[in-house]
Design a binder for this molecule. Structure first.
Ligand SMILES: NC(=O)c1ccc[n+]([C@@H]2O[C@H](COP(=O)([O-])OP(=O)(O)OC[C@H]3O[C@@H](n4cnc5c(N)ncnc54)[C@H](OP(=O)(O)O)[C@@H]3O)[C@@H](O)[C@H]2O)c1
Length: 297
């Protein structure tokens, strides 16, 4: 009997999604199988979630849903032949459905951009479905990932890059701010920061309602992870950031002397410095989106 869900690369992100699903009893642990970089690693991670470990690629290939959670740069090492009825769910930042279709010889693909708050069921996942995914699988996947928090269905794949910088990366940037600026937790600064981010995401990326949903849920998710897991602000930034990735690009931009000064002024006197902070954040998003587009091209 094929597994309901297989995960190839159950690390920080897919582990968070898996935790979110298990918290809500969306699947039984015996319906889930995972494969990491070695059997020993698969066994350690599987034990933590009480799911099944495997070293056998065919058990991954035949699952109803195959979730890919490796780093994008590891994709070249992977070889999979998904069964005809299987659907691939990829969380890989910047890897297009076209590239995945070519690599795995299937058209049934869902791209998902989740965030770390999935593990405490306060996440936010943007999803893009290829037309080949059946209505039944689509509903199943929305249900499954919806257990980890809010979802937003994106009608155009190019919006995934925008969504990545807004939610996937922003939750790590909040960690950067809280770690580096003592005044981050000041109520007025938070309020002003959210206002700027909602304005920017509405103006630059999505419509006003979607922008507000993305920003509010990202703040909520960040707070939920911090308070429920005891993870520090610095660790939050580190877990989201990967070398050469979008979050790192955005935090590098925020770490230059000039932008640091602008952020410091903003967190100390939010209302007086909000217009300048908005310009800084606009440039930060542009840097992140540019990096994300470089991945996808
Ligand atoms: N972190 C985030 O906040 C975030 C947000 C949105 C999207 N993403 C996307 O999620 C993906 C994973 O990121 P992450 O932060 O979760 O990284 P991670 O913690 O390093 O997880 C990657 C996993 O891939 C496994 N792996 C490596 N090589 C493998 C192989 N040849 N076969 C099977 N498994 C292999 C690793 O296994 P071992 O346990 O054996 O090392 C590890 O568990 C990336 O593509 C990223 O773009 C991440």
């Amino acid at each position: 009997m094929p597994y309901q869900l297989s995960i190839l690369g159950c690390g920080n992100m897919c582990g968070s999604l898996l935790q979110g699903m298990l918290n809500k009893n969306m699947l039984l642990p015996q319906e889930i199988i995972i494969k990491n970089s070695s059997l020993a690693r698969s066994q350690i991670v599987a034990k933590k979630f009480q799911v099944q470990p495997t070293d056998n690629t065919s058990e991954i290939e035949t699952a109803n849903l195959i979730m890919l959670g490796i780093k994008p740069q590891r994709l070249a090492d992977i070889s999979l032949e998904p069964a005809k009825d299987s659907t691939i769910i990829s969380v890989l930042a910047g890897v297009t459905t076209g590239a995945l279709a070519q690599k795995f010889n299937t058209k049934k693909i869902v791209r998902v951009m989740p965030n770390m708050a999935a593990k405490v069921n306060a996440g936010l996942a943007g999803m893009f479905f290829t037309p080949a995914v059946s209505a039944k699988s689509r509903a199943e996947i929305i249900d499954l990932l919806g257990a980890s928090g809010e979802t937003l269905i994106l009608n155009q794949e190019k919006h995934m890059d925008r969504f990545s910088v807004l939610s996937g990366a922003l939750i790590g940037i909040l960690g950067f701010w809280e770690h580096n600026f003592a005044e981050y937790n000041n109520g007025l600064a938070q309020q002003e920061l959210k206002k700027i981010l909602v304005e920017l995401s509405g103006e630059k990326f999505f419509d006003e309602d979607s922008g507000a949903k993305i920003i509010n849920q990202t703040f909520l998710g960040y707070q939920a992870v911090r308070s429920q897991t005891g993870i520090s602000a610095r660790e939050m930034q580190q877990k989201v950031s990967s070398k050469g990735g979008v979050t790192e690009e955005m935090t590098n931009f925020l770490s230059t002397d000039d932008t640091r000064k602008a952020q410091q002024d903003f967190f100390r006197h939010p209302q007086e410095n909000s217009q300048f902070m908005k310009k800084v954040l606009q440039k930060m998003f542009e840097a992140g989106e540019k990096r994300s587009l470089e991945f996808s091209s």
